[in-house]
Design a protein around this ligand. Structure first.
Ligand SMILES: CC[C@H](C(=O)O)C(=O)SCCNC(=O)CCNC(=O)[C@H](O)C(C)(C)COP(=O)(O)OP(=O)(O)OC[C@H]1O[C@@H](n2cnc3c(N)ncnc32)[C@H](O)[C@@H]1OP(=O)(O)O
Length: 293
């Protein structure tokens, strides 16, 4: 079984520990978690489908348009830690209940953490959580219905793809709130879409509809607003996740390495991930099938 991406990164020489965890950081994370978990409201749930290898994370804070409370941040972190151990997983859908995605950080929660030090701690916790999500060896998609605003837009950016319902709206409102991106999406936006496009989206802080998001390359698919967008998204994601979990997971792990490491180190990982599959069950089966024709 292919070793997990993080086991491999830690075992490889000259590679920085991508999770960025040092003992000091772990202490800070636990301190942040102790504070945030008491800022309650809403819930985050996980549904893993062992047959398809696709998991669904659902945000639910119905009274606040799925705004992310402190306790929801902690639940999301625990779920991502669980997914890091899911060895047969291939895909992940991040969505919101009540036909909307997430209206950002819970403004009531934030009333209790307004010092720069508390903001730094909260930003570090949810930022690392979303980095861990982005680096899972699962192909991930944010299913955006309704609104993805502020921190909600940042969470969507932590996924590989974004699928939107045709009436969805997407905005980085942070600048209008007197801050910048606090969940780490600014860096992701620049690295994914370039400085020009990132600056235009962040500095305008404008609300974009699904069509504009697709034109900018932020959204990969627009679905008609309906009750079964989740099933349609699962079918869409299955196009990328069909086949041997080890192949899908190694492919995503290679992409994560290439987007985070030097050319030399990324090539080292790519060769290792390739060699783990070479001569494996799926490879030999495919070879045999081709030779018959
Ligand atoms: C780094 C984090 C980042 C930052 O700090 O900048 C953030 O994410 S801060 C939050 C940024 N998000 C927003 O500013 C969005 C605020 N919400 C809205 O613009 C609207 O609620 C919208 C467009 C999401 C939905 O509008 P609609 O008219 O359909 O509903 P309501 O506005 O009446 O909202 C219903 C109900 O939900 C409460 N609500 C909505 N968003 C939040 C939120 N982010 N935090 C707390 N509560 C929220 C809203 O107050 C209403 O409550 P009610 O008691 O019924 O009045």
């Amino acid at each position: 079984m292919a070793c997990s991406y993080f086991q491999f990164v830690r075992s490889s020489h000259r590679l920085v520990n991508l999770t960025g965890f040092t003992r000091r950081n772990c202490t800070k994370v636990h301190k942040a978690q102790d504070t945030l978990k008491h800022m309650t409201g809403g819930s985050v749930t996980l549904d893993k489908d062992e047959k398809s290898g696709i998991a669904v994370i659902s945000l639910d804070n119905n009274k606040k348009k799925n705004a992310l409370s402190g306790s929801m941040m902690c639940e999301l972190n625990d779920i991502i830690n669980e997914l890091q151990l899911w060895q047969t997983g291939k895909g992940l859908i991040l969505r919101g209940e009540n036909q909307t995605f997430c209206s950002g950080g819970d403004l009531d929660t934030f009333q209790n953490i307004l010092s720069p030090e508390q903001g730094y701690s909260m930003s570090g916790f949810i930022g690392q959580c979303l980095t861990n999500l982005s680096q899972l060896p699962l192909i991930s998609v944010a299913l955006v219905e309704g609104n993805a605003l502020g921190g909600g837009a940042e969470m969507a950016m932590s996924c590989d793809f974004m699928v939107m319902s045709d009436d969805a709206r997407f905005a980085f409102v942070q600048k209008k709130m007197g801050v910048i991106t606090g969940f780490g999406a600014g860096t992701r936006l620049v690295r994914k879409f370039g400085t020009l496009k990132a600056l235009e989206i962040l500095a305008s802080a404008r609300t974009m509809d699904a069509t504009e998001c697709e034109q900018l390359g932020l959204a990969s698919k627009i679905l008609p607003h309906s009750e079964n967008v989740l099933d349609l998204t699962k079918s869409w994601l299955h196009n990328y996740c069909d086949g041997d979990p080890k192949v899908v997971r190694n492919l995503k792990a290679m992409v994560v390495a290439a987007s985070n490491l030097s050319l030399e180190d990324s090539h080292a990982i790519e060769r290792r991930l390739f060699s783990e599959l070479w001569g494996g069950e799926s490879h030999l089966k495919a070879q045999k099938s081709k030779l018959k024709h």
